[in-house]
Design a protein around this ligand. Structure first.
Ligand code: SAM
Length: 260
């Protein structure tokens, strides 16, 4: 009897430990199919300047215009400051930029602030009023689907009514209906950060491969193994990496692909 009790307690503790540390355990056993690289693998602009024997610093190419959103502002679906700096730096060398998923427009604004004066940024997003038309496919993660609803709340953006607005075109459309054939081989930089369900990530990515210029870069946001809402993003990128050379950027949730 005592033995059974001890065994049951041990077993219950094991289950409790698993649920409390689920993410860490999953990460421990996760074997990435994607190689992680340093930033200078993405582009030479990220190579450091040697200032002194032990001191390295940024080149002028990666000094950017930036702003931060204060914590009490409750804006959803944002990149980290480090990721925002990477995207801003790449925007400096991009004339045609496309973004899947605008949300508050934080990244769009940074792209407009940092890209050349004559650059054009197109950002595609769901109109909050069209949410009823979004359907969940049977392979689509429930949490990712719920996030689409929670993040599709803006129809005015951080860049609205600023002088940068004229560099930006907002398309309110379900990306599944977007006709990429009109924009083939056009973009230097594409940021995929729209719906995180499998069907949407797959469709946005396949369109992006077609829309990308030679030497252009695609960035995916939210490659976070073990995170429930990013599950479909990780699955898709792992699957497609058998055909396309995709790399994860160290210390970020970004993956990138450069068209040769
Ligand atoms: C994570 S947020 C984007 C965050 C934004 N890129 C940023 O860095 O601030 C996701 C956005 O994707 C949009 N979205 C989700 N599913 C979409 C779809 N099928 N078509 C177009 N936009 C979609 C949502 O409306 C939301 O604005």
């Amino acid at each position: 009897m005592t033995k059974i009790l001890i065994f049951s307690l041990f077993f219950l503790n094991l289950i409790l430990f698993y649920f409390l540390n689920k993410k860490k355990i999953k990460n421990f056993f996760y074997k990435s199919k994607i190689q992680s690289v340093e930033l200078d693998h993405v582009d030479q602009i990220f190579l450091n300047n040697q200032i002194d024997k032990k001191l390295y610093g940024p080149k002028s190419e990666v000094i950017v215009k930036n702003f931060c959103i204060q914590g009490n502002n409750n804006i959803v679906g944002m990149t980290s400051d480090y990721e925002a700096w990477i995207i801003s730096s790449l925007s400096k060398i991009s004339n045609n930029i496309f973004e899947f998923g605008t949300c508050s427009g934080k990244t769009t604004y940074l792209m407009a602030l940092n890209s050349p004066d004559n650059a054009k940024i197109t950002t595609l997003t769901l109109n909050p009023q069209d949410l009823k038309k979004i359907e969940r496919n049977k392979f689509d993660n429930k949490v990712s689907y719920r996030n689409i609803i929670n993040e599709s709340i803006y129809d005015k953006f951080l860049f609205s009514k600023t002088k940068y607005e004229n560099k930006i075109e907002v398309i309110f459309q379900n990306s599944l209906d977007f006709n990429e054939k009109l924009f083939l081989n056009k973009y230097d930089l594409i940021f995929i950060d729209g719906g995180h369900t499998f069907s949407i990530v797959k469709s946005d990515s396949e369109k992006s491969f077609e829309m990308l210029k030679s030497r252009g870069i695609i960035l995916w946001h939210d490659f976070v193994p073990g995170k429930e809402s990013a599950k479909n993003v990780v699955n898709y990128i792992n699957t497609i990496s058998k055909e396309k050379k995709i790399f994860h950027i160290n210390n970020t949730s970004l993956c990138y692909y450069r068209k040769s």
